[in-house]
Ligand binder design. Structure first.
Ligand code: SF4
Ligand code: SF4
Length: 192
């Protein structure tokens, strides 16, 4: 199944590159990583998790340990507030607010302002910064507040809803149609 996922991310990366060429430049300042903040509880699909697992296991032991400690700190914080893994998943954006703006809200895989698993990052991380279409039926366009401010209507948005349903279907095919909050997934992958 991971082979199908490789096809999907190859397609995504090609479409992102085409949009980048059309717009003339990479949209993000090199020192910005704001979108990696407040993602510690985001839901990650099973097929994305499988790929992420490869990236995490290739990291040096000390980096893995650092990431694991970050994930554990986030889990401790949300559980202090009475949440469990399942409840974090069900709460969605409400769970994000539990750690929003705090260091426990940062993605555990953000190390020194850099994504430590860049080649293995989930789909949303591959497209965020570009205009994306969040829904199959209508033109529900989302984009980072800092990018493509005056150009959004000139660009064809990336079909994010289709990418996400591809992940969902591939996860079902893996017999594991389950999403896991980022911090819990990282702890699981680095302790199993
Ligand atoms: S996986 Fe990487 S790109 Fe995605 S939120 Fe975490 S640090 Fe940022
Ligand atoms: S998508 Fe937005 S927040 Fe993320 S790096 Fe680019 S400019 Fe910064």
């Amino acid at each position: 199944m991971i082979v199908q996922y490789f096809h999907l991310i190859k397609e995504i990366d090609c479409q992102v590159q085409a949009l980048q060429q059309q717009s003339g430049e990479h949209p993000c300042p090199t020192d910005c990583y704001d979108c990696c903040r407040n993602t510690a509880t985001m839901a990650i699909s099973a097929v994305e998790a499988q790929h992420l697992s490869i990236g995490l296991k290739r990291l040096p032991r000390t980096t893995q340990q650092y990431i694991l400690e970050k994930a554990k700190r986030t889990i401790a914080k949300v559980e202090q507030k009475g949440y469990s893994e399942q409840r974090v998943l069900e709460a969605g954006i409400e769970a994000t607010k539990l750690v929003k703006g705090k260091k426990e809200g940062d993605c555990p895989m953000l190390v020194g302002g850099v994504c430590s698993v860049y080649d293995y990052r989930p789909v949303i991380c591959r497209v965020w910064g570009y205009p994306i279409n969040n829904s199959d039926g209508s033109q529900n366009i989302a984009c980072c507040q800092k990018t493509f401010i005056s150009q959004r209507s000139d660009l064809q948005p990336l079909p994010y809803a289709r990418y996400w349903s591809g992940c969902k279907q591939q996860s079902i095919d893996l017999d594991f149609n389950h999403r896991t909050p980022n911090c819990y997934l990282v702890r699981h992958l680095l302790t199993s």
